[in-house]
Design a protein around this ligand. Structure first.
Ligand code: UT7
Length: 343
């Protein structure tokens, strides 16, 4: 097999135009802007209308990334979608996005590993390109978490939003991929899960729907503790593998789950705040979409320079976690939309 390097050739994102603010949540629940802001750093999140499936917001992000890469959809060899809010239980949302992009026949599959989806996807897509299986892979993180949130549960309703981010990963003479560290532990899946709808709990009943057992349940404190520990551990391992010292990391692009979790990881790395990418105030937690949206915004702001070292780090349901160390390579312009057609 041919061995090559890999680079991100294009990046884009899309969020639906509907916005759910802390003030809206104050009207819906026993909560306050002050509590949400100090405990999470969130101010607003975007929410898709019910007639817009995940594949549609994924498609807009994908088109933006394809335009940013200066290619056409037909130049892609594979489509991967990281999501836990697929259009259907099956087929994979990636198949639908591929067809909507006008490239039926191109291999396509989903990655279902919750908020760690983009980190896993980046590792898988990079490996497929570096080993010569594909030349160009489109990787999308796309979620409509609003569909699976219980808006009567104040401990989760405030946290999540909808959105999509995408990257085009292509073979390159210089290798951007420095290292990856992935992990998962399903010993306590119920710390963050949706109880019914799969094969464990039997068919969904009317009572399940009435009691919202088809919506997200989370043990917030447990996930918080796990998140801080695993973000630091994964960071240490990925950097050591890449032979990069923490002081040589130019940008920390973490999963946007809680401002306090990000601050703890940044403190560990001794990263000055201006090098930590945070957009949680505007999007909340968009699961697999949060890292590529943050990357796309950083590129759009013209902040990334050739040779910069980026540390992507995330965690989520599974429980699962991961970090990728990446050397930015090339002149990439981000294309994005917040008020596009989908949503
Ligand atoms: O992508 C991965 C997904 N998940 C996460 O990353 C979540 C990780 N966990 C967290 O971010 C935090 O645990 C939360 C933001 C979910 C909760 O923050 P916390 O500081 O851990 O709060 P807590 O769960 O310890 O609750 C403290 C208090 C409780 O009241 P009592 O028992 O002390 O009277 C809660 O009932 O805050 C209460 N509370 C709220 N109060 C106002 C919980 N949610 C709210 C709310 N508004 N929205």
């Amino acid at each position: 097999m041919n061995q090559s390097g890999v680079r991100i050739a294009g990046v884009g994102h899309h969020v639906p135009k509907g916005i759910l603010t802390n003030a809206d949540l104050e009207r819906m629940l026993d909560t306050s802007d002050e509590w949400i802001t100090t405990r999470t750093g969130m101010k607003e999140r975007h929410v898709a209308t019910v007639d817009v499936p995940t594949s549609d917001i994924a498609l807009v992000a994908a088109r933006n990334a394809i335009a940013s890469a200066g290619i056409e959809a037909k130049d892609l060899d594979c489509v991967i979608v990281a999501t836990v809010t697929p259009d259907y239980q099956f087929p994979a949302t990636a198949c639908i996005v591929g067809a909507k992009l006008g490239i039926p026949g191109v291999p396509a599959f989903d990655i279902s590993i919750a908020c760690s989806g983009f980190i896993y996807g980046l590792t898988v897509a990079s490996s497929l390109v570096r080993t010569g299986v594909f030349k160009r892979v489109l990787l999308i993180g796309a979620e409509e978490l609003s569909r699976i949130i219980n808006y009567d549960d104040r401990s989760t309703a405030i946290l999540f939003g909808d959105g999509a981010g995408a990257v085009v990963i292509e073979s390159s003479e210089h290798d951007s991929f420095l290292s990856s560290e992935l992990g998962a532990d399903g010993s306590n899946p119920k710390n963050l899960y949706v109880e019914v709808g799969g094969t464990a709990a039997g068919p969904i009943s009317a009572e399940d729907i009435a009691t919202k057992r088809n919506k997200v349940v989370m043990n917030g404190r447990e996930v918080f503790r796990f998140a801080v520990t695993k973000m630091i551990e994964a960071t240490n391992i990925a950097l050591e593998r890449a032979n990069v010292a923490p002081r040589d990391v130019t940008w920390l692009i973490p999963h946007q789950a809680n401002r306090r979790i990000i601050d703890a990881a940044a403190k560990h790395l001794d990263m000055p705040p201006e090098r930590v990418v945070i957009n949680i105030d505007r999007y909340g937690n968009t699961s697999a979409a949060s890292i590529p949206i943050a990357l796309s915004e950083t590129v759009a702001a013209g902040k990334l320079k050739d040779g910069d070292v980026i540390l992507f780090v995330g965690f989520g349901g599974g429980l699962s976690w991961g970090a990728v160390a990446w050397r930015w390579n090339g002149d990439v312009k981000a294309a994005f939309s917040t008020n596009g057609k989908a949503g």
